[in-house]
Design a protein around this ligand. Structure first.
Ligand SMILES: Nc1ncnc2c1ncn2[C@@H]1O[C@H](COP(=O)(O)OP(=O)(O)OP(=O)(O)O)[C@@H](O)[C@H]1O
Length: 332
């Protein structure tokens, strides 16, 4: 089942507030994301820009001690997740929506064999005995593991980082999710292994039709995997659109600065390891704030009077490209 306009996930004006020693702060501000079935959407931005808080809000996993409230809507397959009980959410997590995080070891227990852990996961979906073993074989094969039996007989620490992450992805696929949320799933891996795991996400998307919401701080990763991208800064999406369009014609000064700090994206297309980082210009740090006006004001080389007073609205650059910037509106 899909929601309005055929969307699988429709996040509408989502705001998430957390408690801090300085008071309540909006770490996600009026974020809207539409993801269609089978689509790959990337959220990109620097550390602290609110990417993780956005996806944790979608699956209602912001730690309770921090959360001060969600506002807006998170409509998944026609149901607003913000209105569900915790019990109802537990059936959505792992079922309709599965998650993969940066470190496989947050999911895998070092004390148990991989096969035992996969068997436990499948019990949750009612599979036991021979049926469960067959499903484990299928899942591990789907994530490109050529010797599933050997992997099942291993403890997590006996596997390479890449294999461990493949096992975690297999676990995430166990409930046949329609949406896979992956939060920096490759940043703990070596560059060549990163590329293999990114390609695996694409293959899962192609073969199983699973939609993917990918979080990354790396435009190289966006360029390799995603079809659409949202650029986050201080808790807001400041630019969004088709990946090629945003990369080749960035309209927000922050996106330009972020792209300027990625010297050469060609390595991702050639399938080569990332070259050593050279001297690059870093964009201004992105952390949530409670100020008025444009969130990028203090770092923007183009700001004008309007930017100081009012937060810019999202304006349409083209049908597949939107930007939150007063200057672009003046040019339009
Ligand atoms: N556990 C926490 N306690 C207090 N503040 C937090 C906590 N987690 C996140 N925040 C704050 O929420 C804001 C958004 O953080 P978030 O982790 O979503 O950013 P991010 O873009 O995912 O960055 P990173 O890639 O570093 O995780 C930041 O200002 C951060 O300081």
């Amino acid at each position: 089942m899909t929601g309005m306009g055929g969307a699988l996930l429709d996040v509408r004006n989502l705001t998430t507030r957390i408690r801090t020693p300085q008071g309540s702060v909006s770490v996600v501000r009026e974020v809207s994301i539409t993801l269609h079935p089978g689509e790959i959407y990337a959220l990109v931005g620097e550390s602290g820009s609110g990417k993780s808080m956005t996806v944790q809000s979608v699956v209602r996993m912001v730690p309770r001690r921090l959360l001060d409230g969600h506002f807006g809507k998170v409509v998944f397959e026609g149901t607003d997740l913000l209105r569900l009980s915790e019990k109802q959410m537990r059936t959505i997590r792992g079922g309709g929506i599965a998650m993969v995080f940066q470190s496989a070891m947050t999911v895998l227990d070092p004390c148990y064999l991989v096969g035992t852990q996969l068997t436990e996961v499948l019990k949750k979906y009612g599979l036991r005995g021979e049926e469960a073993q067959q499903r484990i074989h299928t899942l591990l094969t789907q994530v490109g593991i050529s010797d599933p039996e050997a992997v099942c007989r291993a403890y997590p620490h006996q596997l390479s980082g890449g294999l461990r992450q493949r096992v975690v992805i297999a676990m995430a696929l166990a409930g046949n999710p329609r949406l896979l949320i992956a939060d920096e799933p490759t940043s703990a891996l070596d560059p060549t292994v990163q590329l293999q795991v990114l390609d695996l996400f694409q293959e899962i998307n192609r073969r199983l039709g699973t939609a993917i919401l990918l979080i990354t701080h790396d435009f190289g990763v966006v360029a390799r995997v995603a079809r659409r991208v949202g650029v986050m800064y201080k808790g807001e999406i400041v630019e969004e659109g088709d990946v090629a369009e945003v990369i080749h014609r960035p309209r927000h000064p922050y996106t330009r600065a972020l792209l300027g700090s990625v010297p050469d994206l060609s390595w991702v297309f050639r399938g080569e390891p990332r070259p050593a980082a050279g001297e690059t210009r870093r964009p201004a740090r992105s952390e949530s704030s409670s100020m008025t006006g444009c969130p990028y004001l203090s770092a923007c080389p183009e700001s004008g009077w309007r930017c100081k007073r009012m937060s810019p609205p999202m304006i349409e650059v083209s049908a597949n490209h939107h930007v939150k910037c007063w200057k672009r509106r003046e040019e339009a």
